[in-house]
Design a protein around this ligand. Structure first.
Ligand SMILES: Nc1ncnc2c1ncn2[C@@H]1O[C@H](COP(=O)(O)OP(=O)(O)OP(=O)(O)O)[C@@H](O)[C@H]1O
Length: 505
């Protein structure tokens, strides 16, 4: 596919000439849905627990869509506006947006990019993380990088381009780069992004290292390997995967990957089996304090791009919560939301696999079309279900934290936290990072979306309140006593998000 007669081992000679594709300035309708309504008597956990939303400070989000409402955490109000047309190019022009960049891809000035056929993927300009990280990532000698940027802002392309720039293309069967992710779905998705950017690079070979992908005794024989840490480790140990010429190691969702209660140990062991690595890349939307020491150890002398705590959410996601009268009634409220869920696509997050199965079965019995994915499903089934969800054949997906991170399905307009994410022994602590990653499944790259979190008791309310305060979030309370108005409100935000699903950058 190369235009170069005698391609060498370097990427520059391997990129086929780009055909600038004409980009249309698709736009999305953005209507921050906020409503002013009177504070009202309501017996709820929100009323009973001492908190910024309790008592007379509380206002509720009702049907009046052009007012203001008091957010959880008591921070800034959502200003109501009439519908505004926001083009992605306008969003990218806003210096405060994580999608902003002053440069075009050409101005990043790297032959390696050579427009990188990103035009073919409908990318007009780099996002802030791409603009800031790529010059550092592509520099020589290779330097480690710890990079943080909000969900859906294009981190994948940044590390994929870096990986592709480091390969020796004369060795197509020699593993040279390993990219690890916490779930098979995310690993498969990254594999897909590499294939799609890599289709313009002659001679690139890619292989997945997820459960079931490599047959016993078969060799891993591709330049780029994308997988999950357990499978990668097994393959290396069984000598199916030769890591003697590995140049780049990238951990996506790095804070999760380095979490010592979880995957941290496996990742460290993999790292130790890659003695020749020249560049380690850690990417995530979140880097909580407790992983930073370990991250520095794993990725020493790194260039760092970090966000402040109050910069972690993207503006396009309207975050709401419902105060459910009881745990049992959470289901009823979920069922009521079904119609709104299918305007776009939706993901419902629960804590336990069992809950995912139970509510899937109940919703199906009630005549709703929903599907579940969780860790107990066979790998091939998981891939097939997610693919159908991506294609819109299933519009409502019920899942656990297995899909909380990284999954990029642009049509997702609603995320429901049926269970507030918790962590630690006996779920004693709110899991603020997982909350951000879950809601980040909507509002991808300038689109808008809604998240609705269910609280029903003191613990769940306090957990959400804590998460809100951690990040200075604006959490709008939905009035489940006045369902018609609540529906109008959600409908309005989702409809505007739907207008954005065809958005092209
Ligand atoms: N420069 C760009 N212009 C337009 N769209 C882009 C650009 N870069 C990436 N995208 C698109 O934005 C979407 C989100 O990108 P990506 O999945 O890399 O986000 P992320 O930052 O890794 O998110 P998360 O933290 O959730 O993993 C993808 O669909 C991707 O194709």
């Amino acid at each position: 596919m190369s235009d170069t007669a005698n391609p060498s081992g370097s990427l520059a000679d391997r990129i086929s000439q780009p055909t600038p594709s004409k980009l249309d300035g698709a736009s999305t309708t953005f209507s921050p849905s906020a409503a002013k309504s009177e504070a009202k008597e309501h017996t709820s956990w929100a009323d009973e627990v001492a908190s910024p939303i309790a008592g007379d400070k509380e206002k509720q989000l009702g049907g009046q869509v052009d007012g203001a409402t008091e957010p959880l955490g008591g921070s800034q109000l959502h200003e109501a506006t009439s519908d505004v047309i926001v083009k992605l190019s306008d969003i990218q022009g806003d210096v405060n947006s994580p999608l902003h960049s002053v440069k075009t891809f050409e101005e990043l000035g790297m032959r390696v990019l050579d427009l990188f056929r990103l035009y073919a993927l409908n990318f007009r300009k780099p996002s802030k993380i791409q603009e800031r990280a790529l010059p550092l990532l592509l520099g020589n000698p290779p330097t480690n990088m710890i990079a943080q940027s909000q969900s859906g802002t294009g981190k994948t392309a940044a590390f994929v381009i870096t990986i592709l720039s480091r390969l020796d293309y004369t060795k197509p069967h020699q593993p040279q780069a390993l990219c690890l992710a916490p779930s098979r779905e995310l690993a498969r998705q990254i594999e897909g992004v590499i294939r799609s950017i890599g289709q313009f690079v002659e001679g690139l070979t890619i292989q997945a290292a997820v459960p079931g992908a490599v047959e016993r005794n078969a060799k891993v024989a591709a330049m780029v390997v994308v997988g999950t840490p357990g499978t990668a480790m097994d393959l290396i140990k069984r000598r199916q995967f030769d890591t003697s010429q590995m140049k780049v190691l990238c951990l996506d969702e790095a804070d999760n990957m380095l979490d010592q209660q979880g995957l941290g140990d496996q990742c460290m062991r993999v790292r130790q089996m890659l003695p020749t690595v020249q560049q380690v890349l850690l990417f995530s939307a979140t880097f909580p304090d407790q992983v930073n020491g370990y991250a520095d150890q794993f990725c020493p002398n790194a260039n760092e791009i970090r966000l402040k705590k109050d910069q972690l959410t993207v503006k396009g996601i309207t975050q709401m919560f419902v105060d459910c009268p009881s745990g049992e009634e959470k289901y009823d409220i979920l069922a009521k939301l079904y119609g709104l869920m299918t305007i776009g696509s939706s993901i419902i997050f629960v804590k336990m696999r069992k809950t995912a199965d139970q509510i899937t079965e109940r919703l199906q019995k009630d005549g709703h079309k929903v599907v579940a994915i969780h860790g107990a499903f066979e790998g091939g089934d998981r891939d097939a279900i997610l693919e159908k969800f991506r294609l819109g054949e299933y519009k409502v997906l019920i899942t656990t934290n297995v899909l909380a991170r990284g999954i990029d399905v642009s049509s997702v307009s609603m995320v429901i936290n049926y269970d507030i994410p918790m962590k630690g022994r006996n779920d004693s602590e709110p899991d603020a990072e997982t909350y951000l990653h879950r809601i980040g499944r909507t509002g991808r790259f300038g689109r808008v979306g809604v998240s609705i979190s269910f609280v029903f008791d003191r613990k769940s309310f306090q957990a959400l309140d804590y998460i809100g305060k951690q990040y200075g979030l604006e959490l709008l309370k939905l009035d489940q006593d006045d369902w018609d108005e609540t529906e109008v409100t959600i409908h309005r935000v989702i409809k505007s998000s739907r207008a954005g699903t065809n958005l092209k950058a």
